[in-house]
Design a protein around this ligand. Structure first.
Ligand SMILES: C[S@@+](CC[C@H](N)C(=O)[O-])C[C@H]1O[C@@H](n2cnc3c(N)ncnc32)[C@H](O)[C@@H]1O
Length: 240
C-alpha cells in the first residue's frame, strides 16, 4: 500500500471523544480516532464526525494536544446530514490526488442510514461497519415492526423490508435477516461479500451484541483484512 496512494484518508462517522472507560475494569483506553492517528503507516487526512458537542470538543482538545500538525476535519452533528459536506471534502481530495479511503462506522444503534454509505461509496473507499443489530433491534423489536416506524427502512435503505422479511427464509430470525440484507445492499454497490464477518458477544454474559463487517470492492482489501484480523488475534493471545 505504501507509495501506491498519494492520499490515505481515514473517516470516522461516529467518532466519540477519543477516550473511553471500560465497564467492569478500572481502565481508560484510547478509542478509534486516537488509534487511527497513531498507526505505523500514517493516514494523510482524517475526517471525524460526532453528534454530541461536548464529545467533539474533548476530541479536538485531545487531538490538538497529541497531534497538533495533522490534517484533520471535524464535522459536528448528525453523520447522516454531515455526509454531504464530507462528500464535498472527499471530492476535493479525490479530484487532485490518487486516493484510498478507509471508513470506520461505529454507532450504538441502527441510526446509520444506508443512504449515507451509498453517498460515500462513490469514492474509492473500504468500510468497517459495526452493525448494531442485536443491541438495538432486540431491545426495540416491537417498536420497529410497527408500520409507522422508519428506523429499519433508513438503516437498510428499503421501505419494503417488512414484505421482504415475510418472504425470507430468515423470517423467524430477524437479526440474521438484517445482517444478510445489509450484505446484499453492499453487493448492489459493487462490494464483495464480507470475509470473516464476526458476531461479537459480551465478555461476561456471552450475549450477541453486533456484527462487525469489512466491505471492500477488491479481493486484495479482503486479504489485508484477514491478515489484520489474524494479527490482532495473535496479539490478544500473547497478552495471556
Ligand atoms: C459507540 S460510540 C463510538 C465511539 C468510538 N468510535 C470508539 O471507538 O469508541 C458512538 C458515538 O457516536 C455518536 N453518535 C450517535 N449518533 C450519532 C449520529 N447520528 N451522528 C454522529 N455521531 C453520532 C455518539 O455520541 C457516540 O460518541
Amino acid at each position: 500500500m505504501k507509495g501506491k496512494w498519494e492520499r490515505l484518508v481515514y473517516i470516522d462517522l461516529f467518532s466519540g471523544s477519543g477516550y473511553a472507560s471500560i465497564r467492569g475494569i478500572d481502565r481508560i483506553v484510547q478509542t478509534s480516532p486516537l488509534i487511527a492517528l497513531n498507526t505505523p503507516n500514517p493516514f494523510t487526512d482524517f475526517f471525524f464526525s460526532e453528534f454530541e458537542s461536548p464529545k467533539m470538543e474533548s476530541l479536538k482538545a485531545r487531538v490538538n494536544d497529541c497531534y497538533p500538525n495533522r490534517d484533520i476535519t471535524y464535522y459536528e452533528g448528525d453523520t447522516n446530514e454531515n455526509v454531504l459536506k464530507i462528500c464535498e471534502d472527499l471530492e476535493h481530495i479525490h479530484s487532485k490526488y490518487k486516493t484510498l479511503c478507509f471508513c470506520f462506522v461505529d454507532p450504538f444503534s441502527l441510526n446509520l442510514h444506508f443512504d449515507t454509505i451509498k453517498k460515500l461509496s462513490v469514492f474509492n473507499i473500504d468500510f468497517l461497519i459495526l452493525l448494531a443489530i442485536h443491541m438495538d433491534y432486540n431491545r426495540n423489536l416491537s417498536l420497529y415492526l410497527s408500520e409507522e416506524n422508519e428506523k429499519v427502512s433508513h438503516f437498510l435503505g428499503n421501505t419494503n423490508w417488512r414484505e421482504d422479511l415475510k418472504k425470507s427464509p430468515d423470517k423467524q430470525n430477524i437479526v440474521s435477516f438484517l445482517a444478510t440484507q445489509y450484505d446484499k445492499k453492499m453487493l448492489n454497490l459493487g462490494y464483495l461479500t464480507p470475509v470473516d464477518k464476526q458476531q461479537i458477544k459480551t465478555g461476561l454474559t456471552n450475549i450477541p451484541l453486533y456484527h462487525l463487517a469489512f466491505y471492500s470492492r477488491h479481493k486484495l482489501g479482503n486479504d489485508f483484512f484477514l491478515k489484520v484480523r489474524h494479527h490482532g488475534e495473535s496479539m490478544q493471545l500473547n497478552l495471556f
